[in-house]
Design a protein around this ligand. Structure first.
Ligand code: FRU
Length: 516
């Protein structure tokens, strides 16, 4: 392992200096959703528990509130809630990564932290010919190692996987986001690529030492012909099954009349991977988050054996004005603990979020709603943790509205007869989030068919001013959205068609000072 010390220090030092001089102009941060010290962030990278701390690395452009030349930012935490910013971890210094250090993952070996990430090359970036620009992009995979999680040395044998290591029939332009796993003393890595038929694929590679990698097979392909790019794969072993997590960019405009689709969805596929032959057999493919803004999640197992996942909450297509004012763009989801229940992935907010709960709370044991809409005293705010059960045995429809104020509301509804969830942020506010798209409403209304919903369902709702995460049916369905922090939008309303009983409601305002 070595590195070009002069170059590395130039990129990282320049960025660290810029952050130091400018971070104080950042305003209006969320309370418990991670944001960069200043500027733009996207995917979580290299998530791990190493040397007694949680490490969160991330795709980072400190200099602007837009995506651009990618570095790796870095933060540490002891509880996954309070994060401490560190200096940058990677800068695009070397010839093989000169146009960006793209996403990747981390693994501990011999007491050291190894990261594998994508080097991005875009030699046509200044060209006026978009086709040549597209064709000339190349991506490769690199290794770096750290003793302390802060400073990394890039391997002298980088790239450790280059476009020459792609199997026949793959395009060299999209080949990225290595996620390393270890199984029975052998390292594997899943990578996103694209084949000559313009389909996204997930490739499996194998290594004994993290340096030398061999292609094993193609374990998944995109389903939908519109899905040209799969990104950020994660392969997880859970309860004897293999779980593949994917992010898929849908490059196509929606067809006329085709609304309510998420153009940046994430999925989980449940099945089995044959690691010898490199084949994947998938029994199901389910949308991982049924909202609007959850993308590129990555998971890891911590020292307590919990499988924890964090996703990027993207400001896709949102109005830029508030970002310019605030100085930050993009945040991380609340860390979510994953498990399987009856073949479904369950996501639950990490326990330590409860440390932000203020002492005073509202508790409602039981309230029956019959064809009516109700709010409860003291149950309102912009930063809170709300949980309750709904018994819909005799109900047809249940709706919860949050961020409700003059002319603004965001709602989640379950309609039993239609077996349909509707997540509606069309009236979430005025500025920050796209309310209507040019063509249609597909940024603001989702409808998800779901016949598995139970008559009695647990809900947990975390609102952090800009960001709403709803864990419905005990975390079997999750709905994430950025919403406008509308000043008077503090209300919470519960509505029923037929008879719905609300039980065990607990409402806490959240703050990082724990006064009452
Ligand atoms: C996903 C992604 C990755 C890539 C990174 C670049 O959001 O496009 O595929 O590595 O972002 O920032």
């Amino acid at each position: 392992m070595n590195k070009n010390i002069d170059q590395t220090s130039k990129h990282i030092e320049k960025a660290n200096q810029y952050i130091k001089e400018n971070k104080d102009r950042v305003t209006n941060r969320p309370l418990f959703h991670f944001t960069a010290p200043i500027g733009w962030l996207n995917d979580p990278n290299g998530l791990c528990y190493f040397n007694g701390e949680y490490h969160l690395y991330y795709q980072y452009n400190p200099y602007d509130i837009k995506w651009d030349l990618m570095h790796w930012g870095h933060a540490v935490s002891s509880d996954l809630v309070n994060w401490h910013h560190k200096g940058l971890a990677l800068g695009p210094d070397e010839a093989y990564e000169i146009d960006g250090c793209f996403s990747g993952s981390a693994i501990e070996k011999d007491g050291k932290l190894f990261i594998m990430y994508t080097g991005h090359l875009d030699p046509g970036k200044d060209s006026k010919d978009p086709e040549w620009r597209r064709q000339s992009v190349r991506e490769n995979q690199n290794l770096a190692v750290s003793q302390n999680g802060d400073n990394f040395l890039k391997s002298e044998v980088n790239p450790v996987i280059d476009t020459g290591d792609l199997p026949a029939g793959m395009l060299p332009q999209d080949f990225r986001d290595p996620k390393i796993i270890e199984k029975d003393g052998i390292y594997y890595c899943v990578l996103a690529a694209r084949n000559e038929r313009y389909k996204g694929v997930i490739l499996l590679y194998r290594s004994l030492d993290l340096m030398n990698w061999n292609y094993v097979g193609t374990i998944a392909e995109s389903h939908n012909p519109k899905e040209e790019i799969l990104e950020c794969p994660d392969l997880i072993e859970m309860s004897g099954k293999d779980l593949l997590i994917l992010s898929a960019i849908d490059l196509h405009e929606p067809d006329l009349g085709e609304v309510r689709r998420n153009l940046h969805p994430t999925y989980y596929c449940l099945g089995n991977v044959d690691f010898e032959d490199g084949k994947g057999q998938w029994e199901s493919r389910v949308e991982l988050d049924c909202g609007f803004n959850f993308y590129a999640p990555q998971s890891f197992v911590d020292h307590e054996g919990r499988r924890i996942m964090i996703g990027w909450i993207s400001p896709w297509d949102a109005d830029e004005e508030p970002r310019v004012k605030n100085g930050w763009a993009g945040m991380m989801s609340v860390p979510r603990v994953l498990s399987l229940r009856d073949g479904a992935l369950i996501q639950e907010p990490v326990e330590s979020i409860k440390s932000l709960r203020k002492k005073n709370y509202v508790l409602i044991q039981e309230k029956s709603l019959v064809d009516e809409c109700k709010s409860f005293d003291g149950v309102e705010g912009r930063r809170y943790d709300l949980s309750f059960k709904v018994d819909m045995t005799s109900g047809q429809r249940f709706m919860i509205e949050v961020g409700k104020g003059k002319g603004c509301t965001t709602s989640l509804t379950y309609d039993k007869k239609q077996a349909l969830w509707s997540f509606d942020r069309r009236h979430n506010g005025e500025k920050n989030m796209p309310i209507f798209d040019k063509l249609n409403q597909w940024y603001s209304l989702r409808e998800i068919q779901d016949k598995e919903a139970k008559d009695i369902m647990d809900f947990r709702i975390l609102l952090d001013n800009y960001c709403l995460e709803i864990f419905a049916d005990g975390g079997r369905r999750v709905f994430t959205a950025m919403i406008d922090p509308h000043l008077d939008g503090r209300g919470i309303d519960f509505s029923a068609n037929g008879s719905c009983i609300i039980q065990d409601l607990e409402f806490y305002l959240l703050d990082n000072q724990k006064e009452s």
